[in-house]
Every structure is written in structure tokens, then in C-alpha cells.
Design a protein around this ligand. Sequence first.
Ligand code: SF4
Length: 243
Amino acid sequence: MPAPLIRDKNTETEISEIFSSLQGEGPYLGVRQIFVRFGRCNMHCGYCDELEKMKEENFSVWSLSGLLAEIDKMEKEKGAHHSVSLTGGEPLFYAQFLKNFLPKLKERGWVTYLETNGTLPAALEGVLKWTDIIAMDLKPSSSTGDRGFKREHKEFLKMAKKKDLFVKVVVTPATTESDIRECIALTEQAGGKIPFIFQPLSDPFGINQKALSLIEGSFFALAQQTLADVRVIPQMHKIWGVR
Ligand code: SF4
């Protein structure tokens, strides 16, 4: 199937799914949200669980007005939601669309929750004022298998910390202590009170025990030396069996 064609980046975007569910990660665990999953991503993480959804044949092109109408409809049908989660893929890959879409969401009174890999600071700058909550991943290369993004993360954190921000690091059996030290240092430089979440890798058998033992063995204590709010929160939606 040919890739969907966006004719106007301001008013159209690529979406793989829109649904109502419970937030399964981080400190907002368990709140009901409308999830808008954007199609593409600028990264290639070895542990990514959205690879299938990120294939072009699984995207639909949505207009700005169509997306707003769908969100209104979902709110009416499913009851009150805490916020709209912009997820992906990488939502900031579609920054041009977000610049037009987010002000409309805010006009309607929505809380906006941005789930991001934290690697596109210039894109964040353009949409920051309409973003309420930022769930930012730090992406150590030993976890992702992709390149490191220290410079981008640093710039991103400088802006994101003005909002309700928490950072999250996915720990896999391959995650190194030196990469974790770098994630901790970046967070400390941005302000040591930012909540710092270790997320052990989920595998088909539940929580990856090797990853968990790395966190318990040394990573958690290392983070606590300089950061005020350190937590371990696994991906709960997989355990609950919801999307
Ligand atoms: S940043 Fe997220 S969506 Fe993109 S490849 Fe990595 S895990 Fe997947």
C-alpha cells in the first residue's frame, strides 16, 4: 500500500491510532486519557513495542478538524478524561501540525500531555506554550542501540523544565552504568527535583528480571545520591492487559 500523503503539514497529520485508555507509565499512572498516536519516529530503539504501528501502511491521514471532532466524540461516549496524550512514534516529528492543533485543544480546555523521546528541542520550542505535562524519555545508547542524544537532551531539558516535567529511562539488560550516570547528570543540571523514573524493560514474560536487578543493584542508589525524586515504575498497561 502506498504511503499516505500529507498535502498540508499545518492541517493534516499521520496517525496510527486514537483510543481511550489508562495511562500505563510514569507518575500519572492510572489516569484516563485520550491517546493520539502519531505515526513516524526519528529514532530506532531496539526495544520499541510500536514498530508495527509505525509502518506507513498502518497510518491514516487525519485533518485537524477531524481529529478535534473525534476527541470530542470520545469524551462524550467514554466519559471524562484527565488529558489528551500525544504519543507515537514521536509527536514532535509533526511539530508543524502541533503548532496548529494544540492551541485548539487548549481553547477547548484540554490538558495536553506530551510523550516524547526528548531529542527534537527545536520542535519542542515551537509548541511549548501549549504543552502542560511532558513525559520525556532519556535515551541512553546502551538501552536503545541507537546513537546517544546528550546534546539534544540537554537543550530539551532546559525548555521542558518550565512545564510539569518528569523523565524516564528504559533500562534493559544491556544498559551501562556510565550511561545511567550521564542521564542522572543531565537531570541534575536541569534541576535535581525533576521526577526521575526507572522503567525496567517489559518482555513477554513480564518485567525483565535482569533489568530490574541492575536498577536495584546500583542504578537506583546512584540516582538517589543527587536527585530528590527517584522511582521505579514498570509499564503497567501490559500487566493490566489494556492498550
Ligand atoms: S523513540 Fe519511542 S517510538 Fe521511537 S523508536 Fe524509540 S521507543 Fe519506538
